[in-house]
Write a protein that binds this ligand. Structure first.
Ligand code: AMP
Ligand code: ZN
Length: 470
């Protein structure tokens, strides 16, 4: 299996330190707001990578931190007249709700910076003892010039950076590139006691301290959005390698940026979309497919067209899944088994994903598979259910298990809840009446409200049917 390593700038054979367990650290959200669709791309692609490693038989220990103390959180708490911890807790909760809706598997551990203050302090002490940190009036900085390899991840050179760096006002640092390990508390800010006085940790040191504590001094994969290569990940390397005297991470993976209609997403451009909002209109599967169809490392241009075409592509997958469910119910043990090369599709799927997680190619394999299955069953009325079990097995392992673009478990058996079904039919009738009266606001409301509780309406030429998702 090959992975593109940002550190060496080439694809490398993936060899985990311990052959049976892969250790991954992914930079998670700063919990001061709902996460946006750009963050969602990084979270979803890291989920696909994790699930593919599990598919390959590895046990994966996946750690994603939550930054729960930071300027943005403090600013929001001041604006809202509440505590920073309340802001962090609110958006941490929202984060977990949203990743669940996006079918992202929860990390094995989600460490929070404020729960690791003593680990952070110990790491800063170690850096201080080794001469990599200095304290100026309760602010502790990392001494970049002391770390010979500074710039090795981003390819930046210290002298170039220095000449380009803007000298900040009220600068106490020895060198403009030096960054804060510990920030002295300002009036009214949350603080923790430390050997340097009351204060709070800098952002970069959190990730060095928590990854070392939970995954060890050297681990396999560190991932994050490409915005983090410099300075965040460069600084993590400087801190961890200076403190431990060991290589920090073997493979650095970075997710390309998501733009909206070819523009950078930002609040000021008015094109800022939270994952929560987009989930009101599109399914998690469509969002995941639209991301998986672009390689994780490249830029991705997000648009309504992209999602609409993903929804359309998914129809083919859902239709086949429905057919499988029906056929399995029939339980036909006597029928014939069409000729079908399942192994070829399994090999193609793996070849794609083994090549630096080439998910666009892997999606192509899934759609080729659907086409060939449809060809194999067309005109054949007497197929042994065993064949459908094999089809289901393949899709469950790949489309559902790795890519997350299908959810077999989400299809509830319609007959299990007769009263519920009758009620849904009543709503469908009301909606049809509303449409006849051209009251589209009401008809859309009924459709959206039903969707929000997991009932998806499908308008046919004459009638409307529905499907239940979990
Ligand atoms: P943040 O909450 O901004 O610290 O970001 C959480 C994660 O999302 C990090 O791994 C970021 O690198 C990543 N990220 C932020 N913005 C984008 C974007 N527009 N496209 C892709 N990933 C992003
Ligand atoms: Zn980080």
């Amino acid at each position: 299996m090959q992975i593109y390593n940002t550190l060496t700038k080439r694809k490398e054979e993936f060899i985990p330190i311990d052959p049976s367990i892969v250790k991954i650290y992914m930079c998670g959200p700063t919990v001061y707001d709902y996460f946006h669709i750009g963050n969602a791309r990084s979270f979803i692609m890291s989920d696909i990578i994790r699930k593919y490693l599990e598919y390959k038989g590895y046990t994966v220990r996946f750690v994603m931190n939550l930054t729960d103390i930071d300027d943005k959180i403090i600013n929001k708490s001041i604006k809202e007249g509440t505590d920073a911890s309340v802001v962090a807790e609110t958006y941490a909760k929202a984060f977990f709700e949203d990743i669940r809706k996006l079918k992202i598997k929860k990390a094995d551990l989600n460490p929070r910076a404020t729960a690791h203050i003593s680990d952070i302090i110990n790491l800063i002490k170690k850096l201080e003892e080794k001469g990599f940190a200095y304290n100026i009036n309760g602010n502790v900085f990392y001494n970049v010039i002391k770390f010979k390899d500074y710039g090795k991840l981003s390819g930046k050179k210290i002298d170039e950076l220095e000449s380009g760096a803007r000298i900040e006002i009220n600068e106490e640092k020895r060198n403009p590139l030096d960054f804060a390990l510990w920030k002295k508390a300002k009036e009214g800010e949350p603080f923790w006691e430390s050997p340097w006085g009351k204060g709070r940790p800098g952002w970069h040191i959190e990730c060095s301290a928590m990854s070392c504590k939970l995954l060890g001094e050297t681990f396999d994969i560190h991932a994050g959005g490409s915005d983090l290569i410099f300075p965040h990940h460069e600084n993590e390397i400087a801190q961890s390698e200076a403190a431990n005297g060991k290589k920090f991470v073997n493979y650095w993976m970075h997710f390309g940026f998501l733009n909206i209609n070819n523009e950078k997403m930002s609040k000021s451009l008015g094109n800022f979309l939270t994952a929560r909002e987009i989930l009101k209109t599109y399914s998690a599967e469509a969002i995941r497919l639209s991301f998986a169809q672009t390689h994780y490392a490249g830029p991705l241009n997000f648009s309504d067209d992209l999602l609409a075409s993903a929804e359309k592509g998914l129809e083919k997958l859902k239709n086949l899944a429905d057919k499988i469910e029906e056929e399995i119910k029939l339980n036909n043990n006597e029928g014939n088994i069409p000729e079908f090369d399942f192994e070829k599709f399994g090999n193609n799927f793996e070849a794609a994903m083994d090549d630096d997680f080439n998910s666009p190619q892997a999606c192509g394999v899934i759609f080729d598979f659907i086409r060939e299955v449809n060809r194999a069953i067309s005109g054949n009325e007497n197929i042994n259910t065993k064949f459908y079990f094999d089809v289901k097995d393949f899709l469950q392992k790949t489309a559902e298990g790795v890519l997350g673009i299908l959810d077999f478990s989400g299809v509830l058996k319609q007959n299990d809840f007769p009263l519920e079904n009758d009620l849904i039919e009543i709503f469908i009738k009301l909606r049809t009446d509303a449409k006849k009266e051209k009251n589209f606001a009401l008809s859309d409301k009924i459709r959206d409200e039903l969707k929000a509780i997991g009932v998806i309406l499908q308008d046919g030429k004459e009638t409307t049917t529905y499907k239940k998702a979990k």
